[in-house]
Every structure is written in structure tokens, then in C-alpha cells.
Design a protein around this ligand. Structure first.
Ligand code: ACO
Length: 207
């Protein structure tokens, strides 16, 4: 068994650590954060180094980046993969993921989440607690589906988009890249790249 290094000693990182511990796939789970050595603890866990400390290791752990910002998370994952690290995929044992779904490397699926048949989740993505990604959805890289958000069948979400807590999208809608869907919104129309949409039904408030 290898060690899992979680990069990003954040609240999200704590939840990733809990999910990873529940998987029992790693002998040890440790945090790295560029705020180290000024910051040495994340909740009840030690932060053992920063990115440079990780790069200096001879015995390389698996990595998972737990940085909330979608673009920063993917960039950090790509930086580490480029020098030979392997990005783990963490699926909480109380998530339900279809055998016919694909979860990209470095992505996490939290407790209570459902990813149904033929759904595709890109790399470095977050399917957060109790979120639902229905059958045939296609999520780009570095997407975040917040807790309790629900995507009906066949929804497409572009890279770097963030679906807010408790939001939903009806079937077959296309949500572009770099989109923010506000907490509690209901997406009933396609959304173009780069917009922020809120409300029920979701309306664009920023482009
Ligand atoms: C485990 C975790 O914690 S995961 C994280 C979960 N968190 C979330 O899901 C948060 C989702 N984020 C939101 O909903 C945000 O409010 C966003 C991204 C939609 C908008 O954020 P900002 O771009 O900063 O917009 P801002 O706060 O300036 O609000 C702009 C307007 O939209 C309104 N608004 C913002 N969010 C919403 C919303 N979810 N629903 C309805 N109206 C909203 C504001 O009241 C404001 O209205 P006003 O201009 O009449 O005053």
C-alpha cells in the first residue's frame, strides 16, 4: 500500500481525507500545502510539507489535489503528473458509482453522491456530498458539482464550471465552460461559456 498525499490543507481537503481513509486503499494519508511550514495542522491532521518537499521525496506517494479553485486544482495536478506523480481517484465507499461510469484521475466522489450509468466525470473534478450526476452526463475536467446538486440525464458541463449547492439542471441541457450556477438554481435552458446564472429558472446575471 502507498501513502496518499493530499495537496491543499483546506476544509475540502479534510473531507477528501475522510473519504480516502474510508477507502482503506492507502497506508497513510498526509497533507502538503504551500503555507507550510507556517501552517502545520489541518484539523486533526499534520501538514508535513509543501510542494517542494513533495517533489524532493524519493518514495513518491499517490497524490490528490484538494484545492477548491477549479483552475488551480487542475494546474497543480498537471504540474505533479508532468514530473511523474500518479493522481489517485477517491470514491467514498458510500457513494454509488455505476460500473458503466468513468471517473477521471484526481477526481473525488464524496459520501452520498450518485454517478449513474454511462456518465463521464473529467479529471480533477469534485462530485460533492449527495450530488447526483445522472446517466449519460458528460462533465469536463476540473468541474465542481456542489453538495446536493442534481444533474438530470444527459447534461453536459464544460471544463472549470461550478454547479452551486442544491442547484439542478433538467435533462440534456448544455452548461458551458467556466460557468457558475448559483446555489439553488434550476437550469432549464442551455448556458453559454463564462456566465454566472442564478435563480429558478436560472437567469444569466454575469457574462
Ligand atoms: C462543501 C462546500 O461548501 S461546496 C461550496 C458550496 N457553495 C456554493 O455552492 C456557492 C455557490 N455560489 C453562489 O451561489 C454565488 O452567489 C454565485 C457564484 C452565484 C454568485 O457569486 P458572485 O458572482 O460573487 O455574485 P454576488 O454575490 O455579487 O451576487 C450578485 C447578485 O446575484 C444574487 N445572487 C447571488 N447568488 C444567488 C443565488 N444562488 N440565487 C439567487 N440570487 C443570487 C445576489 O443577491 C446579487 O443580487 P443583487 O445584485 O440584486 O444584489
Amino acid at each position: 500500500m502507498k501513502t496518499l498525499a493530499i495537496i491543499g490543507a483546506s476544509g475540502h481537503g479534510k473531507v477528501v481525507a475522510d473519504a480516502a481513509r474510508s477507502c482503506c486503499l492507502w497506508k497513510d494519508i498526509v497533507f502538503y500545502d504551500d503555507a507550510w511550514p507556517a501552517k502545520t495542522r489541518n484539523g486533526n491532521s499534520d501538514i508535513v510539507g509543501n510542494t517542494q518537499s513533495l517533489l524532493d521525496l524519493d518514495d513518491r506517494p499517490d497524490i490528490i489535489v484538494a484545492i477548491g479553485n477549479n483552475k488551480v486544482r487542475l494546474a497543480k495536478q498537471q504540474q505533479l503528473i508532468a514530473v511523474g506523480f500518479t493522481a489517485a481517484t477517491v470514491v467514498h465507499p458510500r457513494a454509488v458509482v455505476s460500473v458503466a461510469a468513468v471517473i477521471g484521475s484526481g477526481s473525488v466522489v464524496m459520501a452520498g453522491a450518485v454517478v449513474n450509468a454511462d456518465a463521464v466525470v473529467g479529471v480533477a473534478s469534485i462530485v460533492n456530498s449527495n450530488a447526483v450526476v445522472e446517466h449519460d452526463c458528460v462533465l469536463g475536467d476540473a468541474v465542481h458539482i456542489s453538495p446536493g446538486a442534481c444533474l438530470a440525464g444527459g447534461v453536459i458541463v464544460g471544463e472549470f464550471s461550478w454547479i452551486g449547492i442544491g442547484a439542478s439542471a433538467i435533462q440534456l441541457k448544455r452548461i458551458g465552460k467556466n460557468v457558475k450556477v448559483g446555489a439553488g438554481a434550476a437550469v432549464v435552458n442551455d448556458l453559454p461559456d463564462g456566465v454566472t446564472a442564478v435563480g429558478v429558472p436560472a437567469k444569466i446575471i454575469k457574462s
